[in-house]
Design a protein around this ligand. Structure first.
Ligand code: 2P0
Length: 326
């Protein structure tokens, strides 16, 4: 059987950086995210007796050999759990450029997991699917449930899963992804996280996360945008402080990133409610409410370093669709 899935990327408001178990991809801390409506991956999977090996293709781009291996390992997990012995054909495409810090591994492994199991005929619960997606790429588990999502760190594979806190219709929050650099990121997230414990700040950060998540849940429950925004910025800076003080240090920001962070502060001083967050790359996510989107788009058009923008609102989780890629 052939199955196709659309899975959103997600932006973490409280971020995942560091693993307690690198094989199972158990994180050092829980995280909280929002799915993105206009940054997504579409993937079709079919298991077939005609194939002599797995075939993996990215439309409009190229996978590195280690990425193909990671996909094949994920297919092996699906085969092993569903008792299938056939090779698979996988075709995938992204709605956004790969490697720009827009979490292509999150949407990619979420889509692959659901399409793979659907193609195998094995039925899993949403929780089980998030566990399998997590083993492909940690943040992928957060792209499966609807809208605003928590990934519980847990202390075993079965207890480290993601669930929806609120549906995507709960709050009209926007994420304007501002692309200032379209090149591939310099250090992959899997590689970068290996050095987390060389930072003198990782423990302090991890210890504070349970309290931060509790407070962020309150901000979401009350739809308290200034409280939420301030917390989003605070956790972004806390994660980058860890990254920048690892050995060797990782600096994902460039001059345009820093300029945009400064602009966000200026705009706030002018009374425009907007906050930033940044993942493992130089591009900047502006978190705002619907009423501010048009004004921010206009302001961004005036900044020469801005190459492109992707305007996202909160999105449903990964789901099956009828239109296949082959
Ligand atoms: C996040 N990131 O929470 C944070 C913010 C990057 C910065 O999750 O090794 O690609 O595949 O489990 O999921 C990126 O980490 O890492 C990530 P792996 P992943 O969104």
């Amino acid at each position: 059987m052939k199955a196709t899935v659309i899975a959103p990327a997600n932006i973490a408001f409280i971020k995942y950086w560091g693993k307690a178990d690198s094989v199972l991809r158990l994180p050092l801390n829980s995280s909280l995210s929002m799915n993105l409506s206009n940054a997504y991956t579409t993937t079709t999977v079919e298991f077939s007796s005609v194939l002599k090996k797995d075939s993996v293709r990215l439309i409009g781009g190229m996978f590195f050999p280690d990425e193909i291996n990671r996909i094949i390992v994920a297919l092996d997990r699906i085969r092993s759990y569903s008792g299938i012995r056939l090779f698979a054909r996988v075709v995938t495409k992204n709605s956004f450029p790969k490697g720009i810090g827009a979490a292509a591994s999150a949407s990619g492994f979420a889509a692959l997991t659901i399409a793979g199991f659907a193609a195998s005929g094995k039925k899993l619960t949403e929780k089980e699917l998030t566990i399998f997606a997590r083993m492909g790429s940690g943040s992928a588990c957060r792209s499966i449930p609807d809208g605003f999502v928590v990934w519980e760190k847990g202390n075993s594979s079965d207890t480290s899963y993601a669930y929806s806190l609120y549906s995507h219709t709960y709050w009209d929050l926007y994420d304007i992804l501002v692309i200032v650099d379209t090149g591939m990121k310099k250090v992959s997230t899997s590689e970068g996280q290996k050095g987390v414990k060389t930072s003198p700040f990782w423990q302090e950060r991890v210890q504070k996360i349970p309290d931060k998540i509790k407070k962020m849940k309150t901000a979401l429950r009350e739809k308290n945008y200034p409280m939420l925004g301030a917390m989003i910025e605070d956790d972004c800076l806390s994660m980058h402080r860890v990254m920048q003080t690892q050995t060797p240090p990782i600096f994902y920001w460039n001059n345009a990133t820093k300029k945009l962070m400064e602009m966000v502060r200026c705009w706030r001083n002018e009374g425009i409610p907007v906050y930033f967050t940044i993942d493992a790359g130089p591009n900047v996510h502006l978190i705002c409410e619907k009423s501010t989107v048009e004004l921010l788009k206009k302001k961004l058009r005036e900044i020469e370093e801005v190459k492109n923008i992707i305007v996202n609102t909160s999105a449903p989780g990964a789901h099956l669709v009828d239109k296949h890629l082959f």
